[in-house]
Design a protein around this ligand. Structure first.
Ligand code: ADP
Ligand code: MG
Length: 597
């Protein structure tokens, strides 16, 4: 392995800006770190370079642990966005600078410089000053300078940032060619998905300090595991669909979809499906479609962009229209985004207002266990208040999903099926409500104290191994959307005859399952004592803490956990319930890796 990061964490003002990131970059690989501004990319790159220290974890380059090695001894070459050339030095002196420092002989230096200038296609520019070069040329010099001392790793931080489109593309090609020719392991940081696609062998997507997914560009685009990656790598329509033993349904229409996990235990539930704009088929009538019909719609907007035509279409069929979350790129009004090529456009010319039938050529179901939220309270007005809780608001916004409202006055009767994660307020009634919700099919309940802040630390615990997988999946999904630390809390009763060996092994198993199956990095802690006491003690160690609790016995929620769900002192608790009656398959381990969105 050329670069290996193991659980690297970097905090500023106690906030993790790089949060438990583990990456392996192979020899000669071109790895692109992609993420929005502020996601921690530069900080991580600087950590690899040794320009910033880390608070936790290990960094190895070519098998050598360099965590505590200073930058100039790490053998890395660096290129930044702002050219960072020495303005008063010629191109030649800029390139030879690092070699001079390393006391290389003049003749050798000159030969190396010529070689490098040829490599970046700047032969003959030796005596120019940076000010006499274009932006693109200056960045080529910066690349040559970074490569001068023959580093084993090249690190580039938004090197195209300040350049215009045409020059960017040219420089992109140069960098890719140089990288191939030298076979040098490269990490490039960018916020531009197109750039990532054009350059990367492998892309790692970051958000809020976490590395969400790693993969080759095509796999990440067609089979994202998380909402964030699905919408960051391109426009994506997100639909709430239902999965039952009969398959996937969107509103009233059955659909075929890829990626859906096999339904286990026969329990129908809500899933999030991704429909790319180019995968939407447009016809005049349902019968004309060659793909699965999803709904009828009315064209609201047509934008001509040259090669492509972009349509925004309002769905006309209920309940499908109500189940559309909208396109990740657009906010507010849920409209379906569609792109058509010129030949497709010629076949069926459309004007705004036209009514059309829409089909899905390819639908990809995300393996997320948190599809949407359902605020539940005695009255709808109180439910609306829960929906405005800052934590719920921020979670639903970040997850690009919705909070629906439900009045559950008196906990009586048989309610309509619950979709998504139920959310209720903490308090003396909470445990009773949780129990009732779970009896009526809710699989996850979020209990919220008033004005709970976004957590800085999330404790994870399950009372039964049968709910381990589900708890980890839900925790991973939650933790992708908050910048918090994850801590698995293992609890052994005092005087347990099994000794420490078994619980320790369980901790390690839990950690490796979290990492391998759910892409979740978490710490582990072992406590000895009574479960609720130990959980409470840990939750009380700091402010802004939260609990994810997996249970298999409904009555536990009603009795044992009453104190955890009380309004005072009040922690957000996300309870994950999986009945053992839902069938053995539901918790069965599978070989395919799965990541929760
Ligand atoms: P990116 O490169 O993805 O845009 P950065 O790694 O530059 O993100 O920054 C990640 C977060 O860390 C940002 O919120 C930024 O404000 C913060 N940050 C970066 N450097 C420092 C610093 N030296 N001191 C305090 N906060 C910092
Ligand atoms: Mg940056």
């Amino acid at each position: 392995m050329s670069i290996a990061l193991d659980q690297v964490t970097k905090r500023y003002q106690d906030q993790p800006v790089v949060n438990d990131v583990s990456i392996e970059v192979g020899e000669g690989e071109f790895f692109v770190l992609l993420g929005p501004s502020g996601s921690g990319k530069s900080t991580l790159l600087r950590a690899i370079a040794g320009l910033t220290g880390i608070d936790h974890g290990r960094i190895s380059l070519h098998g050598r642990d360099v965590t505590h090695v200073r930058a100039r001894d790490r053998g890395v070459g660096l290129v930044f966005q702002n050219y960072a050339l020495f303005r008063h030095m010629t191109v030649a002196d800029n390139i030879e600078f690092a070699l001079r420092v390393r006391r290389m002989k003049a003749a050798e230096r000159r030969a190396r410089r010529k070689e490098l200038l040829q490599l970046v296609a700047l032969e003959g520019m030796d005596e120019r000053l940076p000010g006499q070069l274009s932006g693109g040329q200056q960045q080529r010099v910066a690349v040559a300078r970074a490569l001068a001392h023959k580093p084993q790793v090249l690190l580039l931080d938004e090197p195209f940032g300040a350049l215009d489109a045409k020059i960017r593309e040219e420089l992109r090609r140069t960098i890719r060619a140089v990288q191939r020719e030298l076979g040098i392991t490269t990490v490039l940081v960018t916020h531009d998905q197109e750039e990532a696609f054009a350059l990367a062998d492998t892309i790692g997507v970051m958000n809020h300090g976490r590395l969400l997914e790693v993969g080759n560009p095509n796999d990440l685009y067609t089979q994202p595991a998380t909402r964030f990656v699905a919408t960051f790598l391109g426009a994506a329509n997100l639909l709430l669909a239902r999965q039952s033993v009969d398959g996937i349904r969107f509103g009233a229409t059955p659909l075929s979809a890829e990626g859906a996990e096999p339904l286990q235990g026969g329990r129908e539930h809500e899933v999030v499906a991704v429909l790319r704009p180019e995968e939407v088929e447009v016809g005049t009538a349902r019968e004309d479609l060659s793909s699965d019909f999803i709904a009828r719609g009315a064209v609201e907007e047509i934008v001509f962009t040259g090669a492509l035509e972009r349509l925004r279409v309002r769905l006309l069929d209920e309940p499908s229209a109500a189940q559309l979350l909208g396109a990740g790129s657009a906010s507010g009004d849920p409209l379906i985004e569609i792109t058509r090529t010129q030949p497709q456009r010629r076949e069926l010319p459309l004007l705004a207002g036209a009514q059309v039938a829409l089909g899905a050529r390819r639908l990809h179901v995300l393996p997320t266990p948190i599809s949407s939220f359902l605020a539940c309270a005695p009255t709808e007005a109180e439910a609306a208040e829960i929906a405005r809780e800052p934590l719920l608001e921020s979670l639903s916004t970040r997850m690009k999903t919705r909070v629906s409202l439900r009045a559950i006055d008196g906990l009586a009767g048989t309610p309509a099926p619950f979709a998504g994660v139920a959310a209720i307020t903490a308090g003396s009634q909470a445990s009773e409500t949780v129990e009732w919700l779970m009896r009526h099919g809710a699989g996850e309940v979020l209990v919220l104290p008033k004005n709970a802040p976004s957590p800085a630390r999330v404790f994870i615990h399950w009372t039964d191994e049968a709910v381990r997988r589900a708890t980890l999946a839900v925790s991973a999904s939650l933790l992708r959307h908050v910048s918090a630390e994850a801590v698995y809390l293992g609890i052994v009763p005092e005087g347990d005859a099994t000794g420490r060996g078994t619980p320790m092994r369980k901790l390690l198993d839990a950690r490796s399952e979290a990492q391998q199956s759910h892409g979740l990095e978490m710490r582990t802690e072992l406590a000895i004592g009574e479960t609720v006491t130990e959980i409470t003690r840990n939750l009380s160690t700091g402010s802004s803490q939260m609990l994810v609790l997996g249970i298999t016995d409904i009555t536990q929620a009603g009795t044992a956990y009453r104190t955890l769900l009380a309004a005072q002192p009040g922690w957000p608790v996300l309870i994950v319930y999986r009945s053992k009656d839902w069938g053995p398959g539901r918790q069965a381990a599978r070989s395919a890796p799965e990541i929760a969105a």
